[in-house]
Unconditional design. Structure first.
Length: 240
């Protein structure tokens, strides 16, 4: 659906504060919901566009972000992701234009392309750190992502990237980014981040909040790094 509607003139749904959805977001979410409903009719779904569907006490809950990178998509930029995660279980991040699907069963992680599965192997070798500069910034003034880029040690070890989509989280798990950093609250239940967090954990990345607390245990925001050394370096810069 995301590929089909790409480049077309699409209606926009204003969400306020500069954010919006397009018809592609809505139709992609409905397509995902149809698949889940056909296979697991009793499961609950939390969607970025449609909100909560299903019983509050459902045993299984899906988190769906049908088009992460809507602003990119709306201006003809193909850097987007489709995120689907089963809470505390399997997850997938699809790159609809790269024809890749990054998957985890909760234990192992792999990328599927042209029917071939390749295990994900994180590495800091690229030295590329993706930083989310989109609001909100709940940790300010104590932490601002933009300040990390200005830290005197950052440029000596890393090179910044800003792709404005959580596809970058999948790239950390795949070894295409050394790390990903964003502000925020507890992102473990976020439709935007849950799938990428699950991928990174299963691939063996180090994943905490910007405060160093494990995500899901009170951590704020997200620092997902390919290895402990990279994580430690970033945390030292964040702290001061």
């Amino acid at each position: 659906m995301v590929r089909t509607l790409y480049g077309q003139r699409l209606s926009r749904i204003d969400k306020g504060e500069g954010d919006f959805a397009t018809a592609a977001d809505v139709r992609a979410e409905q397509a995902i919901l149809d698949v889940i409903r056909a296979a697991r009719p009793d499961d609950a779904v939390l969607g970025e566009e449609g909100g909560q569907r299903g019983a509050d006490d459902a045993a299984r809950r899906w988190l769906v972000d049908p088009l992460c990178g809507t602003l990119n998509y709306a201006v003809g930029n193909m850097l987007v992701a489709v995120n689907v995660a089963l809470r505390d279980g399997a997850a997938a991040v699809a790159d609809p234009f790269g024809a890749e699907v990054f998957c985890t069963d909760g234990t192992s992680a792999w990328v599927r392309q042209d029917g071939v599965d390749t295990p994900l192997a994180p590495t800091p070798a690229t030295q590329l750190v993706d930083v989310n500069l989109d609001p909100p910034f709940p940790s300010a003034p104590g932490f601002r992502a933009v300040d990390l880029l200005a830290h005197p040690d950052f440029g000596g070890r890393f090179r910044p990237r800003v792709v404005s989509t959580t596809l970058a989280l999948a790239w950390v798990a795949a070894g295409r980014r050394a790390a990903y950093v964003t502000d925020g609250g507890d992102l473990s239940g976020s439709v935007h981040f849950a799938a990428g967090i699950a991928l990174c954990r299963a691939a063996g990345c180090v994943v905490t909040g910007v405060d160093g607390v494990p995500v899901g245990q009170g951590g704020r925001g997200l620092v997902a790094a390919a290895d402990a050394e990279t994580h430690g370096l970033l945390m030292s810069m964040i702290r001061g």
